[in-house]
Design a protein around this ligand. Structure first.
Ligand SMILES: [Zn+2]
Length: 351
């Protein structure tokens, strides 16, 4: 039995125009590359299609007035935000991605592991931006709550903070939202500081881990060991939804986190191994990434999900970080993690 992997060729219509960094061609290109270069890994995937999400699903997290606004904007090629234009077919493709992530999450809940293309985490209750129309990650989590789950962990490793997902679950204690991302002072969406920890009954259930530019994989290991994994042990989620594509990679043209391909694989693999050893179902979703090496980054992610060891490389040098700067990055990361743990201390025994 293969690992359920949700893909639909119609995702190609999730596209923002020829000069935009997000091109709908990325999905099919990746599937072809995986099949051509690593046929044994491709053969381990059980490719599935899902139903498109109707308003009933979207309304689990989005206001009806927002859905209506999106529909009317698409008719005149309007903009949700300066970087997110609605073109003909955008909505159908977005609904398909949402339906796919919901199906992947439910399949993971049933069988233990599933994956697919998802991660439209900048869409909030009544807004869309940052190339995100509807929030498939949040809809998937909300659908699982509707199925009776009481503890859902969303672990967002996209380089950009998941502001939409955060806003949707800001007061929801059944969803623990952890986002590890580039310092919001240096990157869109400019949210996700360490003192944003949720509110009302959801206080303590939003966890933001802002990482300094050029932090690299070793600092990610620190964050997993000191914050993310202890939280998993205490929260005991019934399912983990990991989302985030290749944009923490050092070659990404929009971000500056400095992870190598091997470090990106290691991040994904550590989450998969943690889920497995803790007996927690995992759904792994990715679709972000910018520049020439999105496919390589996604291959690194799939390598991590599947526990494969095939070789990957990129013909582009890493930016050199002098030892003094490396030491400063580590000091800032450790101070951030200490500050975060102090903020979370009233809500979690482990801190
Ligand atoms: Zn991103």
């Amino acid at each position: 039995m293969g690992i359920p992997f949700f893909y639909d060729p119609r995702f190609a219509s999730y596209d923002f125009g020829p000069s935009h960094p997000f091109q709908g061609s990325r999905f099919e290109r990746f599937m072809k590359e995986l099949q051509k270069r690593f046929p044994a890994s491709y053969a381990r995937l059980d490719i599935r299609h899902a139903e498109s999400a109707g308003n009933d699903l979207l309304e689990l997290v989005h206001e009806r007035s927002y859905i209506d606004r999106v529909i009317s904007l698409e008719k005149r090629r309007g903009y949700l935000s300066i970087d997110t234009q609605l073109l003909p077919g955008s909505i159908d493709a977005a609904r398909l991605i949402v339906g796919s992530s919901v199906a992947a999450a439910r399949e993971a809940a049933r069988t233990g592991l599933a994956a697919g293309f998802g991660g439209l985490h900048h869409a909030g209750p009544a807004y869309g931006e940052g190339f995100c129309i509807f929030n498939d990650v949040a809809v998937a989590a909300a659908a699982l709550l509707g199925d009776g789950k009481k503890r859902v962990l969303i672990f967002d490793t996209d380089a950009h903070q998941g502001n939409g997902t955060m806003d949707i679950f800001i007061e929801e204690p059944r969803v623990l939202f952890i986002s590890i991302h580039q310092d919001p002072r240096t990157l869109y969406p400019g949210r996700g500081f360490a003192d944003e920890i949720g509110s009302g009954p959801g206080a303590g259930f939003t966890v933001n881990i802002p990482m300094p530019a050029m932090s690299g994989g070793r600092m990610y290991d620190l964050a997993l060991d000191q914050v993310v994994f202890p939280l998993i042990d205490e929260f005991k989620p019934e399912i983990i939804i990991r989302n985030g594509g290749s944009d923490p990679l050092y070659t990404d043209t929009l971000t500056n986190l400095g992870l190598t391909l091997d470090e990106l694989t290691r991040l994904i693999r550590r989450v998969a191994e943690k889920a497995k050893s803790s007996n927690i179902p995992l759904v792994d979703l990715f679709l972000s990434g910018y520049g020439a090496y999105v496919t390589e980054g996604w291959l690194a992610i799939v390598r991590g999900i599947l526990g494969e060891t095939f070789e990957l490389s990129i013909a582009e040098d890493m930016k050199f970080v002098v030892p003094e700067e490396r030491a400063r990055i580590e000091r800032v990361t450790r101070a951030t993690l200490d500050y975060l743990k102090a903020n979370l201390e009233p809500y979690w025994k482990i801190f």
